[in-house]
Ligand binder design. Structure first.
Ligand SMILES: Cc1cc2nc3c(=O)[nH]c(=O)nc-3n(C[C@H](O)[C@H](O)[C@H](O)COP(=O)(O)O)c2cc1C
Length: 235
């Protein structure tokens, strides 16, 4: 069994890498293989929303100049995914955000393969970044791998990250839990357990009514929260 580790930092051997390394060491102790992918320093195009990937059922992005399609291809032979990002302005870094938008949108995600995110910050914003990254998994039927705290580390250098003893413990626990989930899923498969059948997709959008229609719907209000006095006096 194998886990893909994506380092979404511009620094190939920075803080995010150090956090992921701790996860990797534990995965290896649990006899889980790993594969690395650093998103690189070249520009990563954001999703244009052209829809060509879905319209033509490509399973990958039409733009192939960066590693997005490499990551999608790697996931075919990987059983789990861990994505690391530094915190940039209290969010995941721009590069990895563009990367994941295209990776998940064009492939449709990696259902029933467990996933986890890791965020590395100097001081603050890691919870928001982590929440943002977790969304890619939870919209794609990917079970989230837990740890003993949220998957965050603190530091401005890899050495500082090592000094974050609790962060390191959280990373090791994450690795162990990923291994446990992968082995549990495999044990389930051996007994004939299959993944749930998907329901037919239902997609709804917010319904925007015309202002003229809104009068019937809410006669007390003319617009927004302004009370229509005529109705108020009748009461
Ligand atoms: C553009 C930019 C924005 C940053 N914003 C934050 C931030 O909002 N909060 C924070 O704690 N650290 C912030 N940092 C610091 C990095 O998140 C922190 O040093 C991180 O551990 C670096 O990881 P890396 O070595 O893997 O790139 C920022 C760094 C950069 C370059």
């Amino acid at each position: 069994m194998k886990v893909l580790l994506i380092n979404g930092s511009p620094h190939p051997k920075g803080c995010t890498w150090r956090a992921l390394l701790e996860v990797e060491k534990t995965l290896h102790m649990e006899e889980i293989e790993t594969e690395w992918l650093h998103i690189g320093l070249d520009a990563i195009r954001g999703c244009m929303g052209c829809g060509m990937c879905r319209k033509n059922k490509l399973g990958k992005c039409i733009f192939g100049e960066d590693a997005v399609n490499v990551a999608i291809a790697k996931m075919e032979s990987c059983d789990g995914l861990i994505v690391g990002s530094p915190v940039h302005y209290a969010s995941a870094a721009g590069g990895i955000t563009s990367f994941l938008d295209r990776m998940f949108y064009s492939s449709g995600g990696f259902p029933y393969k467990p996933g986890a995110a890791v965020a590395s910050c100097r001081r603050g914003g890691s919870i928001a970044a982590l929440d943002q990254l977790n969304k890619y998994f939870t919209i794609s039927n990917m079970p989230l791998v837990p740890s003993a705290y949220w998957n965050i580390v603190f530091g401005n250098t890899p050495q500082e990250v090592e000094q974050d003893k609790e962060g390191m413990m959280v990373m090791r626990t994450l690795g162990r839990n990923m291994a446990w989930m992968l082995k549990s899923f495999e044990a389930g498969r051996q007994t004939g357990l299959t993944t749930p059948l998907p329901e037919k997709k239902v997609r709804t959008n917010f319904i925007r009514k015309l202002e003229s229609d809104q009068k019937d719907f809410a006669p007390y209000f003319t617009s927004y929260n302004k009370v229509d006095k005529r109705f108020q006096e009748e009461d």
